[in-house]
Design a protein around this ligand. Structure first.
Ligand code: ARG
Ligand code: ZN
Length: 877
């Protein structure tokens, strides 16, 4: 353990920057051995700080070597500056001055993938949140916004493409024959939005004409072997640009917009001004190599990063506690965009399912934090599901409370009022309030209070008066540092159905409608609906109108009714999930108690109706048929018995498969899409239902089903069908599963993104020797510890592997801990993300819980990066 442990920083301690940087001039001399960075910072004291004497403290990194520093072109003598804990401290400065720093870095040895680094044959950057300080000394905070001019000097033979933010303004040669390219970005920006790329890249060009008839040059760059896989991303970009004009009135501002794909990247993608950088897994797509899910992900992420140009770049965050200001809003924007491009209900089900599985688990664990955290040790740990997904739910609730028109007025006011500024979540709410007249004072607690509220509903019906009463309570459980909670402002969207499933009109507070939005603001409240002739079935929390856990004691017949008849498509799915959860809970208990499984599933009838109704959207049918995942059932369980959950799911799936074998076989054949692959909502829907049906049918172990899996694997013309067949073979323990996995690798070994899918699936294959398999994968030539996608594939796949990861002897946990320790210093961000499964240790069944805790303690005894230290120490606290 270290002598002194990393300490937390607090939102309440925020102060404005003592200095400003009006202009930033950077020169990069790129080279394989060392890269020389020269900065000229046009600085002045910040009048708003009220400090007229304090020293200048610049952020740096331990690997940044300072060669020289000058003030107004006079070299500073050593006694006038010092370096302490990665900071460059200059004792005395004028009120206005130019600071010049020459620093040396070694991008080729940068394994953290923050700052400037090498990926394959190129140079690239990742500066959010605090990567810029690994390039040179700077005021690396988002409220210091500066106009950047970047000069890149490199050998043109190796780096014919040299890019940075803004417009290329100059190009020439040095005396030594190197190429010099100068970029200028007229929009002031924080350093986290800086980007640089240099490499031998191919480009795809296009043009977008904005609503005001300006032509924007669009360019996507990749290594030459990938340039045939960017057409889909380019079309998605143009759709995003049009959508942002139409839905938010936001037009692009520069004359050029560039995207670059890189193979080694810690996250999904980055919205650097005018020069987005993408993990190649989030940009490249081709029918043969990319699944439907990945197509949709590419479209969503291209949109997300593009939308940041306004929600993030033109208006940015004052400090990193406000991260959700840009991320929550931008996720909400990309979710709505995807819904508009495809199906609103399907998109909502997918997003909510993810939220309830992963964000709810985070919010119930040791890393639970408010959407606007009050403190952090390492900001990279706060690019979380809470900040992103729950943050998007908050914006969605504002949309619900204001209505579409006033929400748009609020967004217009926000962009107009704060263009060019670094602001807070309060500023966002103030704009929404000012434009709408809606009071969001209590609503604001959603930003500061962690944990998932539990909303409990009970009801009574008064025959005499025809009045239906809902009593609703709310309660948010304690989370770290927040033992008690206040009531939140929760919009609850509600409809009422009669026993035949017909929508009922009712009166609430003088308004008569088939749907009402209840304003739940107290810890307990009663809502009275009048004008009813019989007790209705309530359809609660339609469209998942708030990120809460809903408790209402639905009967099985009510759930079946909602599942088949509710006007709200989302709640039809939700009812089916609830019914499956109810049945699975009983089965899980049987498994824990060592009883033989016994169940007469009520889902059979419901599923039979769905499978026979050709008027339904096949994508929705597929979603309703998908049983709650292992991960979601684990989130609901306390304690978690991983093997019992797995067996219970397997039992229910087999029961349903056997009861409906003919239906699944028929549906499988009916939805076989013919012809060339298209990533359209319609084709994707058919493929998803077909493959869902196949996954059931194969559980009957009928020879015909086994054969269908194998044939689909061999003869598909697209990755969705091929990979579905392979996954079904692996999960159903098909006789040929291992043979198929081997054939798949042979076929795709030259396509890294497909190999990643193979690594993931291979690592998830359940067996007694799963750990040996995973060790083998990490020694395989296809594996590379420097590549985050590959690490995530293997260790992510292994995390899903119940037999391997949760093996009783603790060897799975021990292995993961070894990998975390190995990556802790090389790539702290990735190491920290790998800790997530271990943060759930307190909820595990007792024997496993102790084994996991032992591994956490073992990690804790190492010399840890801030990233890993924060997650492990909070998990053990
Ligand atoms: N702003 C990026 C996005 O949401 C994420 C970058 C996060 N990077 C990081 N190293 N934490 O699109
Ligand atoms: Zn983002």
């Amino acid at each position: 353990m270290k002598e002194s442990q990393p300490s937390a920083i607090f939102l309440k301690d925020y102060t404005v920057p003592p200095f400003l940087i009006d202009k930033t001039e950077l020169t990069f001399e790129l080279d394989e051995a060392v890269t020389i960075v020269t900065s000229r910072l046009h600085m002045r004291r910040n009048p708003a700080s009220g400090k007229s004497t304090c020293p200048l403290v610049l952020d740096g990194g331990e690997e940044v070597k300072l060669v020289g520093v000058a003030m107004d072109d006079y070299p500073l003598p050593p006694e006038e500056y010092r370096i302490s804990e990665d900071k460059l401290i200059i004792t005395a400065t004028a009120d206005e001055f130019i600071l010049t720093c020459e620093t040396v870095i070694e991008p080729q040895n940068n394994t953290r993938l923050e700052g400037l680094y090498r990926s394959s044959s190129m140079f690239c950057t990742q500066c959010e949140a605090e990567g810029f300080r690994h390039i040179t000394y700077y005021l690396d905070r988002p409220d210091v916004m500066s106009v950047f001019t970047t000069t890149i000097i490199a050998d043109e033979a190796r780096y014919p493409v040299m890019l940075s933010n803004g417009n290329e303004v100059e190009r020439g040669k040095t005396d030594e024959g190197k190429t010099v390219v100068v970029w200028h970005d007229p929009f002031p920006k924080p350093a986290y939005l800086f980007a640089l790329v240099a490499g031998d890249l191919a480009v795809k060009n296009d043009v977008f004409t904005t609503q005001s008839k300006r032509d924007i040059k669009l360019q996507i760059f990749t290594e030459s072997h990938n340039i045939d896989k960017v057409d889909y991303a380019m079309e998605a970009l143009k759709r995003s640009m049009r959508w942002d004009e139409q839905v938010y009135g936001r037009e692009y501002d520069l004359d050029i917009f560039m995207i670059v794909a890189v193979d080694d990247f810690n996250m999904g993608a980055m919205e650097n001004k005018g020069l987005n950088i993408f993990n190649s897994s989030c940009l490249l797509a081709s029918p043969e190599t990319t699944t439907d899910d990945s197509y949709l992900r590419v479209e969503a992420i291209v949109a997300h990063e593009y939308f940041h140009n306004w929600s993030g770049n033109r208006v940015t965050c004052r400090d990193w506690f406000q991260l959700s200001l840009k991320e929550g809003f931008t996720v909400f924007r990309d979710q709505t965009f995807s819904a508009d491009m495809h199906s609103e209900t399907v998109k909502r089900v997918e997003d909510v399912s993810f939220l309830k599985t992963a964000q709810f688990a985070e919010d119930a664990g040791p890393m639970a934090h408010p959407v606007r955290p009050a403190s952090f040790i390492e900001i990279a740990n706060f690019y979380t599901l809470t900040v992103y997904e729950k943050g998007a739910e908050i914006v969605r609730m504002i949309h619900t409370l204001l209505g579409a028109e006033k929400f748009r007025a609020g967004s217009d006011l926000y962009f107009e009022r704060h263009d060019g500024q670094a602001v807070t979540c309060d500023d966002f709410l103030a704009a929404m309030e000012d434009a709408s007249g809606v009071d969001l004072a209590q609503f604001k607690r959603w930003y500061s209070q962690a944990g998932t509220p539990i909303v409990t509903v009970t009801d009574t019906f008064d025959e005499e008066t025809g009045t239906y009463r809902l009593t609703i309570t709310q309660d948010t459980p304690p989370t770290p540092a927040q033992p008690t909670k206040l009531p939140l402002h929760i919009p609850v969207r509600v409809g009422l159905l009669d026993k035949q499933g017909q929508a009922l009109s009712s009166e609430l507070n003088g308004t008569t409608s088939e749907e009402h939005v209840l304003q739940l603001t107290d810890s307990e409240q009663v809502f009275e609906f009048s004008g009813l002739s019989a007790c209705p079935v309530p359809s609660l929390l339609r469209g998942f109108s708030a990120p809460v856990k809903l408790r209402y004691d639905y009967s099985t017949s009510d759930l079946l009714l909602l599942m088949s008849a509710d006007a709200d498509g989302f709640n039809r799915w939700s009812a089916a999930q609830q019914l499956a959860v109810n049945e699975l809970s009983g089965l899980i208990k049987q498994a824990i108690d060592g009883q033989a499984f016994a169940l007469d599933s009520q889902l059979v009838e419901g599923f039979k109706v769905l499978l026979g109704d050709s008027s339904l959207d096949p994508a929705m049918v597929a979603l309703i048929l998908s049983l709650p995942s292992q991960a979601y059932l684990s989130e609901l369980a306390n304690p978690i018995y991983p093997a019992a959950i797995k067996e219970a799911r397997q039992y229910l799936k087999t029961q349903l498969a056997n009861a409906l074998r003919g239906d699944f076989e028929r549906v499988y054949h009916e939805h076989n899409v013919q012809g060339a692959y298209q990533a359209t909502a319609k084709d994707i829907a058919h493929r998803s239902l077909k493959n869902m049906a196949l996954s059931y049918w194969v559980e009957t172990k009928e020879a015909g089903a086994q054969q269908a899996v194998f044939e689909q694997f061999q003869s598909s013309n697209n990755m969705t069908d091929q990979f579905s067949a392979l996954s079904i073979a692996v999960t159903s323990q098909h006789d040929k599963a291992s043979e198929m996995l081997a054939a798949f690798y042979d076929q795709w070994q030259t396509e890294p993104l497909v190999v990643n899918k193979w690594l993931m699936l291979s690592a998830s294959q359940e067996s007694d020797h799963a750990l040996e398999t995973v060790k083998g994968l990490m020694a395989h030539p296809a594996f590379d510890l420097k590549n985050p996608n590959k690490v995530r594939s293997v260790l992510g796949g292994f995390g899903q592997n119940v037999a391997g990861f949760h093996k009783e002897d603790g060897s799975g946990y021990h292995f993961l801990a070894d990998q975390i320790i190995l990556l802790n210093k090389r790539n702290p961000q990735i190491a920290s993300r790998l800790c997530t499964p271990l943060t759930r240790w307190r909820k595990l069944q007792p024997e496993l819980s102790l084994k996991m805790k032992t591994e956490l303690e073992r990690i804790m005894s190492e010399d840890l990066s801030k990233d890993v230290y924060e997650v492990i120490s909070k998990s053990l606290a």
